[in-house]
Design a protein around this ligand. Structure first.
Ligand code: SAH
Ligand code: SF4
Length: 348
């Protein structure tokens, strides 16, 4: 049993079963999520015998680092982890300016099949457990702590569709936000979804405080269905209606993301259609020129097109940021994560 798969009450129950007083659970929790220890042996506030018992009874995490790559500008680190059953996932740490952001995965692979995404291209393997999700964050949190540094932001934008693994993803976020533990602020967490409407509705009803981003990629159904097949089930009008409802209920701004592909979704027609679609909605649009992947031939938009796209949106009163492509030299950019980092690194 992976200790990171246990909730606090499960940990308490497990300790009682081991004949330990209840307060030990609190101490262990603190060691795991506040002190960020790297092993049972490092839990020096516990008697040695108990540390040994814990090590016999539980696994201290299940991630095995296979590869860790740094981008040439040193701003991005990508780790390939092997899980207990041999599945592989990737996690990215980005350090730009004063930000320290971990982008973590919620599934091994992804079932959504977006054509331009490396994770989609590999297909779905399985959902990650709560522990496997939380551990990815703690892995980098520990490394930073050793340098007297800390994470400032979390993005649920790694491999997989978080709303296709809703329960474990939310439990993992709750764990990371637990004020007796890691105590990470909801406002500094952003979850990105491809647009699974029932889950957006649930997220809204549960009054979740983390920021929500929706990967839109196109403003018309024909094109969106081509790029993002799940659009067939959850078409744009319905999706935007559920986004509007989220904004109304939560009073919060929503983000839309578009990977801009030359002559596909970066045209003036698409920009105008998007402007009309989002006009008046409390939202922000992030555009990123497409990152290369092995199985998709589309090319990134050029700078001129991207600038024009942004200007068009702004004419509708829709704010837009052009995101930098980062970590591309180690295939750590948006949509480039897959199960093996050993594939050839693509030329820019
Ligand atoms: N499944 C969720 C979370 C993954 S986030 C989602 O799709 O939103 C990954 C982000 O990178 C998404 O916005 C996704 O659309 C985007 N993306 C995928 N492939 C990309 C590529 N080749 N270039 C740029 N962005 C890409
Ligand atoms: Fe899955 Fe998101 Fe990639 Fe689409 S873009 S295949 S939803 S990870």
């Amino acid at each position: 049993m992976n200790i990171f798969d246990l909730s606090f009450s499960e940990l308490e129950a497990a300790l009682i079963e081991l004949g330990q007083p209840k307060y030990r659970a609190k101490q262990i929790w603190q060691n795991l999520y506040v002190n960020l220890v790297g092993s049972f042996d490092d839990m020096t506030s516990l008697p040695k015998r108990l540390r040994e018992t814990l090590a016999e009874r539980f696994k201290f995490g299940t991630l095995q680092e296979l590869i860790s790559l740094n981008s040439s500008d040193k701003s991005t680190t990508k780790n390939l982890f092997q899980l207990q059953d041999g599945q592989q996932i990737e996690t990215v740490l980005m350090t730009y300016d004063k930000r320290r952001t971990v982008c973590f995965s919620t599934q091994a692979g992804c079932a959504m099949g977006c054509v331009f995404c490396a994770t989609g291209q590999m297909g779905f393997e399985r959902n990650l457990t709560v522990g496997e999700i939380v551990e990815q964050v703690l892995w980098f949190a520990r490394q930073l702590k050793a340098k007297e540094d800390r994470l400032t932001n979390l993005v649920v934008m790694g491999m997989g569709e978080p709303f296709h693994n809703y329960d474990n993803t939310m439990a993992a976020l709750d764990r990371l936000m637990d004020d007796n533990g890691y105590n990470f602020g909801a406002r500094r967490i952003t979850l990105s979804t491809v647009g699974l409407i029932p889950a957006i509705e649930r997220f809204t009803a549960e009054n979740r405080r983390v920021n929500l981003a929706v990967s839109l990629h196109a403003a018309t159904d024909d094109l969106r269905t081509e790029l993002v097949p799940i659009n067939k089930r959850y078409p744009i009008a319905d999706l935007i209606a559920s986004c509007r409802n989220y904004v109304e209920q939560s009073g919060r701004r929503i983000t839309f993301e578009l990977a801009l592909i030359a002559k596909e979704n970066d045209t003036p027609d698409q920009a105008h259609a998007l402007g009309k679609l989002l006009k008046g909605l409390l939202c922000h649009v992030n555009v990123i020129p497409l990152n290369p992947t092995t199985d998709y031939a589309g090319e990134k938009s050029n700078r001129e097109r991207v600038d024009e796209f942004k200007r068009t949106l702004e004419n509708y009163g829709v704010s837009c940021t052009i995101r930098m492509r980062r970590g591309i030299d180690i295939n750590a950019g948006c949509g480039q994560l897959r199960k093996t980092a050993e594939i050839p690194v693509l030329k820019l």
